[in-house]
Write a protein that binds this ligand. Structure first.
Ligand SMILES: C[S@@+](CC[C@H](N)C(=O)[O-])C[C@H]1O[C@@H](n2cnc3c(N)ncnc32)[C@H](O)[C@@H]1O
Length: 298
């Protein structure tokens, strides 16, 4: 696995082990350097054109960072940027009823944001990260007060949470036509890029059933009329002819190679947004770039 530039190994020192004073000093230093990465609970806001603002609590599993696979346990820089991007760059109501698949949802900030913006979202990740993801989705939506719900300009469509490993055949419930496929900081790990490319560029099956009208956040309530997974051929692709992909990543310098490979596989790609999410921590500037991509019609 490649190094993770904004979460250096020093942050692994935030543990319950060792000398207390030493830990306190380390904690203060870390908090100063990487303010977001040291907090177990973060709060974000989703705002609407009618003046309504809703809080989104996101729990991070800081201990999870001690493990190589702990990457889905914290909020990454591109998630913060895309949380802003989807609120700021589209007209009010744009995502209402839109069918969205999120790849590598991690702690769920972006998928939850789009859910609050009215989209019907399927949040996915490796199975090991689903408990934290499910907890964040459930907590943020169930913590909506009656006044929050009353001020929202549209109903919330309950999201679905699914295991999805890139490059593998999709679970039945992910085989849907999507208006948008999104991902924040999913291109940082070179080892997984071939698999991610397969998920983004392999053909989708010819006729996909639509999402059921009401989705279960546990992922286990399915449309009984849908065919069983055993009756369907394997399928890896999630991007259909009408799907628009948004991928955001922290500027690390080598991302262009991934987007070039997308182009080589018949996708159009353009950069559409850029934001500094530095937050005054160790780096003054942490640029996140957002790209839009879609299947070339030819
Ligand atoms: C850097 S984290 C970003 C998490 C979240 N999107 C964010 O921005 O906060 C990358 C995410 O991709 C997921 N991921 C990595 N490799 C994967 C794979 N082969 N299949 C599915 N998900 C994967 C990780 O579990 C993790 O949640």
């Amino acid at each position: 696995m490649s190094s993770l530039p904004t979460i250096p190994s020093a942050t692994n020192l935030v543990t319950s082990e060792g000398d207390e004073n030493e830990n306190e000093e380390e904690g203060n230093l870390l908090e100063e350097l990487w303010p977001r990465e040291t907090k177990p609970l973060l709060n974000y806001q989703v705002s609407f054109s009618n003046g309504c603002t809703v809080n989104v609590p996101i729990v991070q599993d800081l201990m999870g960072r001690r493990y190589e696979m702990g990457i889905g346990n914290i909020v990454w820089d591109a998630a913060v940027a895309m949380h802003h991007f989807f609120q700021k760059e589209f007209p009010p109501g744009h995502f209402q009823g839109a069918r969205v698949l999120e790849l590598g949802s991690g702690t769920g900030l972006v998928g939850i944001t789009l859910t609050l913006l009215g989209a019907q979202v399927v949040l996915t990740d490796l199975p090991v990260f689903l408990p934290l993801l499910r907890n964040n989705v459930t907590t943020s939506l169930s913590s909506l007060s009656a006044s929050d719900t009353a001020c929202l300009p549209h109903p919330i469509l309950p999201p679905l949470i699914e295991p999805l490993t890139w490059g593998q055949s999709l679970p039945l419930t992910s085989r849907r036509p999507y208006d948008y496929v999104i991902g924040s900081d999913i291109t940082y790990c070179k080892e997984h890029l071939d698999d991610l490319l397969a998920t983004l560029t392999e053909p989708v099956p010819p006729s996909l059933p639509p999402l059921p009208p009401s989705l279960s956040s546990t992922g286990d309530t399915l449309d009984p009329s849908a065919p069983s997974s055993s009756s369907l051929p394997p399928c890896k692709g999630v991007v259909g002819p009408d799907t628009v992909v948004y991928i955001g990543h922290l500027e690390r310098g080598d991302e262009h190679a991934f987007f070039e490979r997308l182009r080589q596989r018949g996708m159009e790609v353009e950069e559409v947004w850029k934001e500094d999410v530095g937050e005054g921590g160790v780096a003054r500037k942490l640029w996140v770039h957002v790209y839009r991509s879609w299947r070339n019609a030819n």
